[in-house]
Design a protein around this ligand. Sequence first.
Ligand code: SF4
Length: 309
Amino acid sequence: MSGSKTSGEAEPVKAVEKATAAKATAKKKAMKKTVTTSAKAAAKPPAKTPASSATGESRTALVRRARRINRELAEVYPYAHPELDFENSFELLVATVLSAQTTDLRVNQTTPALFAAYPTPEDMAAADPETLEQLIRPTGFFRAKAKSLIGLSIALRDRFGGEVPGRLEDLVTLPGVGRKTANVVLGNAYGVPGITVDTHFGRLVRRWKWTDETDPEKVEAVVCDLFPKSEWTMLSHRVIFHGRRICHARRPACGACPIAPLCPSYGEGETDPEKAKKLLKYEKGGQPGQRLKPPPDYPGLPARPLGGE
Ligand code: SF4
């Protein structure tokens, strides 16, 4: 679940966000200059979804198209799920913190030894920092992440009776935990609906012109407004699945994309069906997935352990 975070999260993540935000502001300024008086005279966009102006669609048309994309994705990925291995809310919280700036695969290859050494918040709170750092080293930024893990474990032990809280306002008070991490935990360990805006989610919704926002919290607000609450968590999994398998950052496989007729960015990637097919990843490309222990309905191969890739 790589991607951006909000306040309180690991420093490297903040630095990446700052750079992204600066780029976005510069881009927006440049775009503003091109706005003409005729655009100003155009019908006022709805307050929360100005993205509809990007395709010239009405808000109703945008909502319909967005929901159709979600329905199509539900058919393509009926087995969509969080791609971090976890057995309880504490493991999911730890895995999500570790997933900043790395792949879920790398996290999944790292956590078996970590959870064996520190199965509970009490165990992790009492960890020797250097030992813990070495265990999580493959995930990168291991010093900052170790500090977060020990800090959040101490907070869980001392403030929450050793349990992971089930409320966003409590979760975001934990060291290294921002809104995205909190939403992942709430959605997948507690069944509380939430949108997870990671790097894949942000890229895809901008390609689909649901929004042109780059700030994860603004993207979250816009997308929440397009769908009923009950869809939020599964929509997040489906979009992230599609981003990993077909609509890649650098070479989207447009020619093999089942939602191409609904996508305003069709043609941004490879449109030749045969060439596009070769770009498919994970189960769509016949390769191992991200999880070492995928759910039983996952049609692909499990990921290989560390060193076995
Ligand atoms: S058509 Fe291309 S850009 Fe659009 S969703 Fe599919 S792969 Fe992504």
